[in-house]
Design a protein around this ligand. Structure first.
Ligand SMILES: NC(=O)c1ccc[n+]([C@@H]2O[C@H](COP(=O)([O-])OP(=O)(O)OC[C@H]3O[C@@H](n4cnc5c(N)ncnc54)[C@H](OP(=O)(O)O)[C@@H]3O)[C@@H](O)[C@H]2O)c1
Length: 273
């Protein structure tokens, strides 16, 4: 498995990169790989102590600079705080990765939890792409990597709002990709499949047949960064996942993924409500 990529060119995408959801899973791995490529990092998520530890570790290993921005991306007015924390930095890359999932029957989830899920999974990408997209176009180079999900490629029962919010990111990103391409700015939407992170284990997916299809966060992040460097509009992570999407009709995927989520919801030890 690749644990580092060397496709991210600091003159094009540096000197600073913002990574949201850097405190865990795929986001943490994006941060690690970008630091290995020599980019300075703005690390954003809610858990400041975890970001501080990561930043210290990456600075010691790779000699980079870092800044931590504690932020709840489900708060509607989060953008000014992130903008203020980064206004003095030459940000060349934004990895909008943070996300959360409410598992279970749509009507069983609380309205507030579903709204929070939509804000972090969809609205945060909109706001970050709009704000930093303008800055990147102004400087005439750089990139934006939006993390969606394979769940966004078809409706998925028992994670209905999650799948819908991820579909929004795919549609937004693939369209804005074309607008930015002419302006020297790359934009790629990464659609991971099952990836071995705390999000997956939180819902017990590691105890289901899904574990056989699971990728490492290292491979997932490397796939996303390589796709961004090549300026692909959309990248499904992993060859197995790409094949599954190519051969299974959309309605079949809805049925199969829905059934998997239904059994996961039935056995989940943790379910937001
Ligand atoms: N793992 C998978 O199988 C899989 C599959 C498809 C897509 N994805 C997507 O990949 C991305 C990363 O997920 P992961 O698997 O790495 O999950 P994870 O390990 O649970 O990490 C999620 C990250 O998002 C941050 N986050 C969550 N809610 C936030 C909020 N309201 N404000 C700010 N930060 C928030 C978390 O940080 P704090 O808790 O510190 O705030 C954490 O750093 C997500 O967008 C997810 O939907 C994952």
């Amino acid at each position: 498995m690749p644990t580092s990529v060397h496709h991210i060119d600091p003159p094009q995408f540096g000197p600073w990169a913002l990574v949201t959801g850097a405190s865990s899973g795929i986001g943490r791995e994006f941060a690690r790989q970008l630091a290995a490529d020599g980019l300075n990092l703005v690390l954003a998520a809610r858990r400041r102590p975890v970001l501080d530890d990561l930043g210290r570790d990456l600075a010691a290993r790779h000699g980079i600079e870092y800044r931590c921005v504690p932020v709840d991306l489900a708060t509607p007015g989060f953008l000014p705080a992130v903008a203020e924390a980064t206004d003095d930095l030459d940000i060349g890359l934004v990895v909008s990765n943070a996300g959360d999932m409410v598992l279970g029957e749509f009507l069983a989830g609380s309205h507030d939890a579903l709204l929070d899920e939509m804000r972090v999974n969809a609205q945060a990408h909109l706001s970050l792409t709009h704000h930093f997209g303008r800055r990147l176009v102004h400087r005439g180079r750089g990139g934006i990597l939006l993390v969606s999900s394979m769940a966004g490629l078809q409706p998925v029962p028992y994670v209905a709002n999650y799948a819908a919010s991820k579909a929004y990111v795919l549609a937004l990103g693939a369209a804005v990709h074309q607008e930015l391409a002419a302006k020297g700015v790359h934009l790629t939407v990464l659609a991971p499949g099952a990836t071995d992170t705390p999000m997956l284990t939180r819902f017990g997916a590691d105890q289901t047949p899904m574990r056989r299809m699971t990728m490492s966060p290292q491979a997932c992040a490397a796939d996303g960064l390589a796709a961004l460097a090549a300026n692909r509009p959309v990248r499904i992570s992993g060859r197995t996942n790409r094949t599954a999407i190519a051969v299974l009709p959309r309605a079949t995927r809805t049925r199969v993924f829905g059934a998997m989520n239904r059994s996961m919801a039935a056995g989940a030890t943790t379910q937001r409500a």
